[in-house]
Ligand binder design. Structure first.
Ligand SMILES: Nc1nc2c(c(=O)[nH]1)N[C@H]1C(S)=C(S)[C@@H](COP(=O)(O)OP(=O)(O)OC[C@H]3O[C@@H](n4cnc5c(=O)[nH]c(N)nc54)[C@H](O)[C@@H]3O)O[C@H]1N2
Ligand SMILES: Nc1nc2c(c(=O)[nH]1)N[C@H]1C(S)=C(S)[C@@H](COP(=O)(O)OP(=O)(O)OC[C@H]3O[C@@H](n4cnc5c(=O)[nH]c(N)nc54)[C@H](O)[C@@H]3O)O[C@H]1N2
Ligand SMILES: [Mo]
Length: 769
């Protein structure tokens, strides 16, 4: 059995009462607009809510905190360039409800831990700094000065700077992220784990090794010139709704869309564009032309099957399918890759992937005749043991088609958090390059540590082993987002001090170290006033565009600080006269932070001037200009075999995914409208045959068991929902099932938890293990 449950660490294993509806055929349209408006206005009040929505993603307004999909470079929708889920993310932040010291004096930490994530999130914005002393039962107010002094003392007492860990979630602005890593490195460690470690780390690793840059190569404009768009392991209807608008336009321009997913996700299948009259009136367009319903992690086998069919066609008619000139001039390892590929059998690969061979042939036929291909992917690919190899397989296919570095073609890892890509650009990385550290050293005149720091999984293990003692988080909800909840909760409890810079209350505040602090900060939609100036910060979207973000709402409390100010005061309190950096200067004037980013990080020339231009500016991207920043200067083919897990009798594969009503660990509601699931999050989507084989029925109550590494992990009380998902595959929502994701099951090279591949046995609720 994994560690004993720690009070407050998990969502209560309580059911809320499933109501089943139909799986929706189209996404968005009127219901989405209505639901978004209702929520924003309901949470924030009419004036506040409308003000926020009217400024969302407008040039000069604030960047939507919901995802990293780019805004159009040219015209933006007059009403609001937002989607239902963007509006909900804003509603969460713009809420008029607030948590003051009085709230915390009325509710003990233990009592709050008994609430569900949905209930916790609904409590409101944290309104003042709060402190939980050792042995305390209730958070109590603390002044900002005393809070920073407390952290400084705890950090300076450590035997080594490496005993502290500094986590970042992806909503942090470029300015705050740059200062944060600068402080952490001057303090003396590279322990900078971030949410990216659990998210697109596999993409960064694969693309870096194959193409010389860890970011995608396409711009939004490329979508409008593409001939084929492949979408693998992504549910844009829920998680990147504005992407559907781009896909719709691409399709109108003639692109064929191939979707690869175990689930027929509503947004991919059909889409109503709420920004257009036709969409609001309910006229829908189907998006996907070819749907390949792979088994979980069948992607590598499927990609190889497609590529093998392409190779056969190319051999019959040389020069008609592959771009031989591109391959010759720009790549290395092609001949070896094709040699290896020939050893496979396409029909067997298709069977392994679980996709009918005729459909694979159809996809190959489409790809054979086209030369401008975009591949998009997200968590369905990155959170697997062989994620890096699978993403390299996508690159192999694009390289054969010469589909990188020309208009209408390229790589598109669709990022999650709205500034997760920017945080990495700013140096939030536990394994910084020597070039980056040299630049820090040159510009700031201190010697940054050179050894690698901890990523997310490593830092959990270090805290669990007592080797890391202070945990600091700039945003996020570490406990609920990370794997193996019981193990992680025990790890956090072993810390001397846990600190969270947060907008809203979450479970990570409730399972804490001996002492704990919550530091409340301004969110994206909040005004950041200094004198009568409303200051702005900047972010980088999924396609490398840097744009300013300026809030419009009056903060709910005068006690909130901006993230850059928090970092400056933390640095001063910790480093004092030891520091070479003028922290006061940065806190007073963000232009000075941007000037120093410009000096330190390539691509930011004239940062202050260009960020003020409407729409911002693009960072340089070697792939986009046809170059590959690898040691050889060439793009690399990589060879790897598909890895189909061998399931023991009775075992199933489980992917942990997002419902429509959540943003990661923030639960907006209990519905997953597109999948026809209402009022319940404790569900397991199963194939009808798997249900029958276990003597179960639709609606039965089951417990989920995982036995990885000889440890038993159990999550109780899930309702069986019959769903069109391939046999042996199941799906549940995170964070509820993070108790089942083993901390020791990670992707090769990227160390990302394998959140899309948990091996399960499903038993009637209450049955003995
Ligand atoms: N509204 C909203 N927006 C969000 C978020 C949110 O929680 N809510 N989160 C943000 C963040 S941080 C991120 S990273 C993104 C996440 O965006 P997504 O990656 O779309 O999120 P998931 O729900 O994890 O969906 C994974 C998709 O992959 C499929 N899948 C699972 N396993 C496999 C597999 O083995 N192969 C294939 N081909 N497909 C598979 C699932 O069926 C599902 O459609 O969204 C961002 N935007
Ligand atoms: N099983 C499973 N686990 C997963 C995933 C999965 O698919 N399956 N997905 C993984 C992925 S892709 C990601 S990115 C991680 C997400 O991991 P995190 O980024 O750590 O989690 P979030 O839920 O996005 O963080 C929400 C909290 O951020 C705080 N917050 C919101 N806005 C702001 C702000 O502007 N400033 C500050 N300082 N705080 C703010 C609020 O207090 C809120 O409670 O989860 C990962 N975990
Ligand atoms: Mo993410």
């Amino acid at each position: 059995m994994s560690e004993n449950p720690i009070p407050g660490a998990e969502n209560p294993e309580k059911l809320t009462g499933l109501k089943k509806g139909e799986i929706k055929k189209v996404a968005a349209g009127i219901p989405a607009v209505v639901s978004a408006l209702e929520m924003t206005v309901g949470e924030a009040g009419f004036q506040r809510g409308m003000k926020a929505l009217l400024n969302l993603n407008q040039k000069g307004g604030f960047d939507c905190p919901s995802c990293a999909w780019p805004d159009p470079d040219d015209e933006r929708s007059g009403i609001a360039e937002y989607c239902e889920n963007g509006a909900r993310a804003v509603a969460e932040e713009a809420t008029a409800k607030k948590l003051t010291a009085e709230f915390f004096s009325r509710h003990s930490v233990q009592e709050l831990g008994k609430l569900s994530d949905y209930e916790i999130g609904g409590k409101g914005r944290i309104a003042e700094p709060m402190y939980l002393p050792a042995g305390g039962t209730h958070y109590q107010p603390i002044t900002w000065d005393a809070a920073f002094a407390r952290i400084g003392t705890a950090l300076n007492k450590l035997a080594s700077p490496d005993e502290a860990v500094f986590y970042t979630s992806g909503r942090t602005s470029n300015e705050a992220a740059f200062l944060y890593q600068l402080f952490v490195r001057e303090f003396g460690t590279n322990n900078l784990p971030d949410c990216s470690n659990m998210c697109h780390e596999s993409s960064g690793t694969a693309l870096g090794e194959s193409l010389g840059i860890g970011k995608g190569s396409v711009t939004l404009n490329d979508f409008y010139h593409a001939e084929v768009i492949m979408i693998l392991g992504q549910n844009p209807g829920t998680n990147h709704p504005r992407m559907l608008t781009a896909l719709q336009k691409a399709k109108a321009n003639g692109a064929t869309i191939i979707s690869i997913n175990p689930l027929p996700e509503t947004g991919l299948m059909g889409f109503n564009n709420p920004q257009r009259v036709a969409g609001v009136l309910g006229l829908n367009s189907s998006l996907t032309d070819i749907f390949l319903q792979v088994k979980i992690n069948g992607d590598m086998a499927l990609l190889k099957a497609i590529t093998l069919l392409l190779l056969e066609e190319e051999e019959k008619n040389p020069g008609t399918v592959f771009d031989q000139q591109f391959i010759q001039q720009n790549t290395q390892g092609c001949a070896e890759y094709l040699e290896d590929l020939k050893a496979y059998n396409a029909q067997q690969l298709a069977a392994e992937a679980g996709v009918p061979f005729a459909q694979v042939q159809e996809a190959a036929r489409v790809l054979a005749g086209k030369s401008k291909v975009i591949a998009c992917w997200a968590m369905g690919l990155t959170q697997h043991k062989n994620a890096v190899a699978t993403i390299k397989e996508i690159v192999n296919l694009l390289l054969l088609k010469g589909s990188i570095g020309k208009p209408g073609a390229g790589t598109c890892p669709v990022r999650g958090h709205s500034n997760v890509q920017g945080d990495r650009t700013m140096g939030i990385f536990e394994r910084p390059t020597a070039k980056f550290l040299d630049s820090i050293e040159r510009n700031f005149h201190f010697a940054p540590p050179r050894g690698h720091g901890y990523d997310v999984v490593e830092c959990i293990k270090a805290m669990h082993a007592g080797e890391a003692k202070v945990f600091f988080a700039l945003g996020g909800n570490f406990l609920s987002a990370t794997p193996d909840t019981r193990f992680t909760a025990a790890a956090l409890q072993k810390c001397e001090l846990t600190v969270h810079v947060s907008t809203k209350l979450n479970r990570s505040h409730l399972v804490h170290g001996q002492e704990a602090l919550i530091l409340p900060c301004l969110g994206r939609s909040d005004k950041d006033m200094r004198g009568d100036e409303n200051r702005f910060v900047s972010c980088e979207n999924s396609m490398g565009v840097i744009q300013l973000s300026r809030g419009v709402l009056t903060p709910i409390s005068e006690h909130l600080l901006s993230e850059p100010e928090i970092v400056c005061r933390l640095a001063k309190a910790t480093l004092g006269t030891r520091s070479n950096v003028s922290w006061d200067k940065y806190a007073a004037d963000y232009d000075l932070i941007r000037n120093d980013i410009e000096r330190t990080i390539p691509g930011f020339a004239d940062y202050n001037e260009r960020v003020r231009q409407p729409g911002g500016f693009y960072l340089p991207n070697c792939n986009r200009s046809g170059a590959f920043d690898t040691p050889s200067g060439k793009a690399h083919f990589h060879i790897a075999a598909p890895e189909t897990p061998v399931l023991k009798p009775g075992e199933l594969m489980m992917m942990t995914i997002r419902s429509h009503d959540q943003f990661n660990t923030t639960v907006y509601g209990l519905n997953d409208r597109y999948r026809g699931i209402y009022n319940e999050r404790r569900v397991i989507l199963m194939n009808s045959k798997d249900i029958q084989e276990r003597g179960l029925q639709n609606g039965d109550l089951v417990d989920l068991h995982n036995h990885f590494d000889g440890i038993e992990r159990v999550a109780h009380q899930f309702v069986v929902v019959e769903y069109p998902i391939p046999e042996q595959c199941t799906a549940t929502y995170f964070p509820e099932t993070n108790v089942l994701v083993p901390i020791t099951s990670v992707a090769e090279k990227s160390n990302t938890p394998t959140s899309k591949m948990v091996i399960l046995t499903v038993k009637p609720h209450g049955a003995l293990a």
